[in-house]
Design a protein around this ligand. Structure first.
Ligand SMILES: NC(=O)c1ccc[n+]([C@@H]2O[C@H](COP(=O)([O-])OP(=O)(O)OC[C@H]3O[C@@H](n4cnc5c(N)ncnc54)[C@H](OP(=O)(O)O)[C@@H]3O)[C@@H](O)[C@H]2O)c1
Length: 291
């Protein structure tokens, strides 16, 4: 069984690739920059170098694959965020069809079933594109990633956690290694059939105030949680170099997530609950960046 992965120099697919290699699976990684793959993996993975925006490359690189891990790589530069996302998905669809690939695991998001949530809603459209061409698909409707806090290292060092969400409202939150582990399990299993939607929720729902409290406890110094106005999202993303379309996508996503009635559609169950706690993430991954 041959498993193709995109995004393997990134968070989720990087972890999935490492798990698959460790389990002895035959893998092919579609990457732009092979040198970013860990040295321990490079010799044990078939690497295809190219860009997912190049449809012919995606078809060529996935030839002979039985399963595909697909995700929309994070972008700041897309001039039209939706067109970029759907254009890549159509390249995936073409490869799935031409190569007769049977199984797709897609890294999606909670909220993907709704409209008006920027890139989260685009992920819902990608789910449908993939379901239309592959007989067996699972869309992992993931919680927000703990790794998003890496973008806040500067303010966290000053003891501030800024949030766009209501500070007391609890949301699922997951470490990307858990999402990668779930993806790897689906990719290795060739017995499931049909189309599935699965939540991936981390161990517990947490509010921004909970995060600040845990950060303060682990770091041994106070961290103050402060809500910032929704309208500041666009400017914050533009300042960080995002295109207007990408900044808009984040604005719509946060505005919907912040609504008092917003809840992920997929309920938390034993299956959607994954092990890595926020405390573990802070100790192992975040606090070394805060020294
Ligand atoms: N952040 C969240 O809270 C959250 C929650 C739920 C779902 N998600 C979904 O998770 C996905 C992102 O997953 P992730 O964090 O694992 O991704 P990531 O870390 O951003 O990794 C994506 C990888 O793709 C590569 N890449 C970028 N553009 C490419 C291109 N045109 N062709 C080929 N490779 C390209 C990048 O490597 P190079 O630059 O080296 O090429 C990068 O390492 C998104 O679709 C997002 O919607 C995110």
């Amino acid at each position: 069984m041959k498993i193709a992965l995109v995004g393997a120099t990134g968070n989720v697919a990087g972890r999935a690739l490492a798990q698959l290699v460790q389990a002895g699976a035959q893998t092919v990684a579609l990457v732009r920059h092979p040198e970013k793959l860990p040295e321990s993996l490079r010799a044990r993975v078939h690497v295809e170098q190219g860009d997912l925006e190049d449809g012919a490359f995606v078809v060529r690189a996935t030839r002979g694959a039985d399963a595909l891990l697909w995700l929309t790589p994070t972008t700041f530069s897309a001039a039209d965020f939706r067109a970029y996302t759907l254009g890549l998905a159509r390249n995936a669809a073409q490869a799935l069809q031409q190569n007769g690939i049977q199984r797709v695991v897609f890294v999606s998001s909670h909220g993907a079933d709704r409209s008006g949530l920027g890139q989260v809603s685009f992920a819902g459209e990608v789910e449908k594109i993939l379901e239309a061409v592959a007989p067996h698909t699972v869309s992992l409707r993931s919680a927000g990633f703990m790794e998003n806090l890496f973008a806040s290292v500067g303010t966290l060092k000053q003891g501030q956690l800024f949030t766009l969400l209501p500070p007391d409202k609890k949301y699922p939150l997951v470490a990307t290694r858990d999402v990668g582990d779930v993806a790897a399990r689906w990719l290795r299993d060739s017995t499931w059939t049909g189309h599935h939607l699965r939540g991936v929720h981390g161990p517990e729902d947490l509010s921004a105030q909970d995060l600040a409290d845990i950060l303060g406890r682990v770091l041994g110094r106070p961290v103050r949680c402060q809500q910032v106005p929704q309208d500041s999202v666009r400017d914050a993303f533009l300042e960080r170099g995002a295109s207007p379309s990408v900044a808009d996508g984040y604005f719509h996503m946060f505005r919907s997530f912040a609504h008092k009635d917003y809840q992920p559609t997929e309920p938390r169950t034993a299956e959607t609950t994954t092990p890595t706690t926020f405390e573990t993430f802070v100790r192992e991954s975040l606090s070394p960046r805060l020294q």
